[in-house]
Write a protein that binds this ligand. Structure first.
Ligand code: ZN
Length: 131
């Protein structure tokens, strides 16, 4: 099932969202239908810039089960430059986070399955150094 495999890779390493050509709204995560336009939706897949700003955040002191991560860690509400608002882990120290801070998407290892050798990756955000 090669096409399916590549599709997964694409979603894992790029921030792929959708755009409704009827009303000009971006969506992330991607969706098949625009809730504003419904049957008039003209949805196409787009790659998002992965850049945005922090609009709210909280510091989490408990790690989810089976995840080894630095404690405490930061979960932020991020508004992407294209408009969608998403929740993501922010890779920085709690004292470094500021409302309005510029951030960018990074792809980080989430975990590893020792027996099968599978490595899991996912999107997180980190402070945008401007590069
Ligand atoms: Zn629309």
């Amino acid at each position: 099932m090669l096409p399916r495999f590549w599709r997964k890779i694409k979603y894992r390493y790029n921030l792929v969202g959708t755009y409704c050509e009827n009303c000009g709204t971006y969506y992330y995560p991607p969706r098949n239908l625009c809730p504003k336009c419904r049957r008039k939706s003209k949805i196409k897949e787009v790659q998002l810039s992965g850049r945005g700003k922090v609009i709210s955040y909280s510091v989490v002191h408990e790690a989810p089960e089976n995840f080894k991560m630095m404690m405490p860690y930061v979960v932020a509400l991020i508004q992407l430059d294209e408009g969608p608002i998403i929740t993501s882990q922010l890779v920085c120290k709690p004292e470094e986070v500021k409302i309005g801070m510029r951030v960018k998407a990074v792809f980080r290892k989430y975990g590893e399955d020792g027996e099968s050798g599978i490595i899991y990756y996912g999107t997180k955000f980190a402070p945008d150094d401007g590069r």
